[in-house]
Design a protein around this ligand. Structure first.
Ligand SMILES: CSC[C@H]1O[C@H](OP(=O)(O)O)[C@H](O)[C@@H]1O
Length: 346
């Protein structure tokens, strides 16, 4: 089991492993207010759909601590405002909205209680969200491992490990499970421009546990796939529409097209909390656009000329027809996705 502590709530503070600093520096960013959490999500101190959901939930707990000194009416008003700020901290990963909706529901159901009691209820709910994700990841990994052949060479994109969740991971969780079950697998990890989650985070997680792997530039993947060097592609998700269209880190769609051309199995790995049952297709998914600096600079060093215009979408949408299956904690969803995804709705 991965020992990486991505998120920890203790002493009324939220400790986030600062993923902007990895792999060279292992430092924690300490959140004492919900504004600190909002910044941490926006600036990708913490990132990854389930991880930002859990962090945002604790952001609501911190807000309750901040506003306890006000009278009840003011407390409730400020709490809803804080929930709204956190809900909008990043637009694509639906786990964030799902977590805030759960926290808002607890706030609504308990608004007649004293503020200290509301704080305790919110703390319990955030802890539940945290623990549920951990157990969900393990179930996902077990289902996922069932489709990993012995000695498989696996390609993965971005970071979907313990750093993107509350522990273990989604696609990288399946890779961990296959490795620890003795399948003698090998991993190619895309560096994942521009924020380099693969180079900085996935490579770090793989190295921490001695999982045989090689880091590649994103543009190498196509040749490996063409040359029959990849047996399986496992990637994460930020929002899955009810027809199976999936928003994930930019570059995922391109991989899915190449996988389809060369007949390589291409799986999305995600908890059902990443499914947005309220949208019909990927067309409805808002794709976050991030700053030009993420593309024109690496670690603060300019690599592109001043004044150049930049288009920097953080995600793209892979159509369901390019996806072999969606690995969840409730099993592996195959086509027809619309029919089979809706069966997952509780
Ligand atoms: C297990 S969710 C991981 C998912 O989130 C990443 O995006 P970001 O690093 O911008 O938060 C990426 O899309 C991963 O697949």
């Amino acid at each position: 089991m991965s020992k990486i502590k991505t998120i920890e709530f203790k002493d009324e503070k939220l400790f986030l492993l600062d993923q902007r600093k990895l792999p060279t520096d292992y430092e924690f960013f300490v959140c004492e207010t919900f504004e600190d959490v909002d910044f941490a999500i926006k600036d990708m101190v913490v990132r990854g759909a389930p991880a930002i959901g859990a962090a945002a939930a604790y952001g609501v707990v911190l807000a309750a601590r901040q506003f306890m000194k006000y009278d009840k009416e003011d407390f409730i008003k400020r709490m809803y405002e804080a929930c709204n700020v956190l809900y909008n901290s990043r637009p694509t990963a639906v786990n964030l909205m799902w977590a805030i909706k759960r926290m808002r529901k607890v706030l609504e159901e308990n608004r007649s209680l004293e503020t200290e009691e509301i704080y305790e209820k919110l703390r319990e709910e955030a802890d539940s969200i945290f623990k549920e994700d951990l157990s969900t990841n393990k179930k996902i990994a077990e289902f996922g491992n069932s489709i990993v052949p012995q000695k498989a060479i696996i390609l993965t994109h971005c970071n979907t490990g313990a750093l993107a969740t509350t522990g273990y991971g989604t696609a990288l969780g399946v890779i961990r499970e296959a490795f620890y079950s003795g399948k003698d697998i090998f991993v190619y990890a895309d560096e994942t421009r521009p924020r380099l989650q693969g180079a900085r985070l996935t490579a770090w997680e793989l190295a921490q546990e001695g999982i045989p792997s090689k880091l590649i530039a994103d543009s190498v993947a196509a040749t490996l796939i063409r040359d029959g060097k990849i047996d399986l592609i496992l990637v994460g998700a930020d929002r899955i529409a009810s027809n199976g269209d999936t928003a994930n880190k930019i570059g995922t769609f391109m991989l899915s097209v190449i996988a389809k051309v060369y007949g390589v199995p291409f799986y999305i790995v995600a908890p059902t909390t990443t499914i947005d049952f309220d949208i019909e297709s990927g067309k409805e998914i808002k794709i976050e656009e991030r700053s030009a600096e993420e593309v024109t600079h690496i670690s603060g060093v300019r690599i592109a000329p001043e004044g150049i215009d930049v288009y920097n979408p953080a995600f793209d949408v892979t159509p369901g027809e390019n996806i072999t299956g969606i690995i969840t904690e409730k099993g592996i969803v195959k086509k027809p996705f619309k029919e089979n995804i809706l069966k997952l709705r509780e």
